[in-house]
Design a protein around this ligand. Structure first.
Ligand SMILES: Cc1cn([C@H]2C[C@H](O)[C@@H](COP(=O)(O)OP(=O)(O)O[C@H]3O[C@H](C)C(=O)[C@H](O)[C@H]3O)O2)c(=O)[nH]c1=O
Length: 188
């Protein structure tokens, strides 16, 4: 397992080992002990899985507020996507900053996103599948969103056309209208 720090402390890029042979490959997509050896002891309780049929589908930017904030471990099961994390912890030195990485079936990369961050992705292939572990259960009453194209965030999604959005995402607030429930240095 290769673990790379990103410019947002706490957001990590992981590359599990792949064992290739004539049949294809084998990889441990998640191993608690392996992650713990890298200092990652997030307790995941729910796996999510979605497929987006069209290219340029954007899901996000989402979060769950405390007491059901979620850390996520994201991977791409099929196709390609651009995965984004945004720091929304008030008082954080990197508040409002984002990182994005292309995760694909081919590259096998994973993104670890702590609590206190927005998460979203844009698909780059048809029928792209995302699979991600969450550190708390779905709590719709704590569900929140920020516009993916917020001008203050200025995320470069690498879209090749208009974004395909859910109604929720199309009507999400901008950062300027949003009071984050997260504070840097506080357990959420
Ligand atoms: C997130 C979630 C949703 N649902 C139900 C609720 C809706 O009836 C349906 C679709 O939900 P939604 O449109 O919120 O799905 P996405 O737009 O893919 O949202 C996700 O996209 C971004 C990328 C995320 O990181 C979050 O996990 C999540 O917000 O699934 C559940 O039953 N359990 C869940 O954990």
């Amino acid at each position: 397992m290769k673990v790379t720090q990103t410019k947002l402390p706490g957001v990590l890029l992981l590359e599990p080992r792949r064992f290739g042979d004539d049949r294809g490959f084998f990889s441990e997509s998640w191993n608690r002990k392996t992650l713990s050896e890298h200092g990652i002891d997030t307790d995941f309780v729910q796996d999510n899985h979605s497929v987006s049929a069209a290219v340029n589908t954007v899901r996000g930017l989402h979060f769950q507020s405390p007491p059901h904030a979620q850390a996520k471990l994201v991977r791409c099961g099929r196709g390609r996507l651009f995965d984004v994390a945004v720091d929304i912890r008030k008082g954080s030195p990197t508040f409002g900053q984002w990182v994005g990485y292309e995760l694909s079936f081919e590259n096998g990369l994973q993104l670890l996103i702590p609590e206190g961050f927005l998460h979203g992705f844009a698909t780059r292939d048809p029928e792209t599948e995302i699979i991600y572990k969450c550190s708390d259960y779905y709590a719709p009453e704590c569900d929140g969103a920020v516009r993916f194209d917020d001008p203050d965030l200025a995320i470069d999604w690498g879209l090749s056309g208009d974004a395909i959005l859910s109604d929720k995402d199309a009507n999400a607030p901008l950062m300027a209208q949003f009071d984050s429930p997260f504070t840097y240095g506080e357990r959420s």
